[in-house]
Design a protein around this ligand. Sequence first.
Ligand code: RIB
Ligand code: CA
Length: 309
Amino acid sequence: MKQKIWIDCDPGIDDAVAITLASACQDQLEILGISTVAGNQTLERVTENARKLTSFLGISQVPVAKGANGPLVRIPKFAGYVHGKTGIGNYCLPETDKQVEKDHAVVVLARRLASLPPGEKVTLVPMGPLTNIALLLRVFPEVAEHIDKICLMGGAAVGGNVTPTGEFNIWADPEAAQIVFTCGLPIVMCGLDVTNLCGLTREQARSLKERVNPVTRMVGELVEFYFQSPVYQGRELAAIHDAVTITYLLHPDWFTGRDMRVEVDCSEERNRGMTVCDFRGDPGEKHGVTVLLEVKAEQVREFWMEKLW
Ligand code: RIB
Ligand code: CA
C-alpha cells in the first residue's frame, strides 16, 4: 500500500528537491496534492515554482493549490538571501499551461480529505511556515479523522538558523506552529537537529549537474546555488532540510526520535519561534510529538544520490 501524502511547501530550493525526491518514489508514495504558503519567497513566486515544477517532473496530474500569503499574525519575512529572487536560485523552469486550483489551498485540502472513504488517512508533509495547516485544523477540525500524522520540517530541540533558537519555518509563523504542535495529532518533527546533518557536497552537486537527465541537472544547479548563499559559505554540506521529511516517511529506521511535549515561544523576544522541547517528559505519558534527534546521515545522502541520479 502506498502512503498517501499531501505536501505543503514554500519552494524554495530544498522544497523543490524534496518534491523531486517524492516524485522519484511514487512506487511508495501517492502525492495527493501540493499546497503553497508564503515563506522562502512571496506566495506568488512559490506557487509559480510549484506549478511549473509539477509539470517539469511529469506529475502534472498532482493538483497545486495556493495558500496563505503570510503568517497568521506576524509581518511576512522572506528568505531570498538563501533561495534567490525567484525562490529557486537562477534556475528557469520551463513554461507550462498547468493551472493552479481556483480555491484557497486550505479549502482544496479540506475537500480532498473529506472525500476520502471512512478510515482512509493521509500524511501531511509541511515544509514551510505552518500557516495553512493551522488554518485547516481551526476552520475544518472534522478533517482530522483523515490525517494519519503530520511529518513536518521545522524547529530544533537545540539551535536555530534565523536566530540562535529560531528555525525559519517556525520563526516565520510561531502562532501557527503553536496551533499545530498542540493539536493532538501525531507529529514527527524533522528539526535542524537532523536536517543540518543531511546535505549534499559541492562535488555531489557538480556531478548531478553534469548528468544528462534534465531533472537531475536541475537538482545539481539548485544545490550549487545554495553554496553561493552566505549561509553555506565555507560549509562542506548544503542541508536539504525539506527532503528529510520524505526520507523519514520511507526510511524511519534511519532516525532516532523521542516523544515529548513541544510548545512554541510566541513572544517577540530573543527566543521568538523557539520549539521548546520538554525532555523531562514522564516516560509513561504520550505527548504525540516525535522529535527526531539522530540520523544515519550517510545512508540518507546515498539514498538521495541514488534516487536523484
Ligand atoms: O529552516 C529551513 C526551512 O526554511 C526549509 O523549509 C527551507 O525551505 C526554509 O523554508
Ligand atoms: Ca521550505
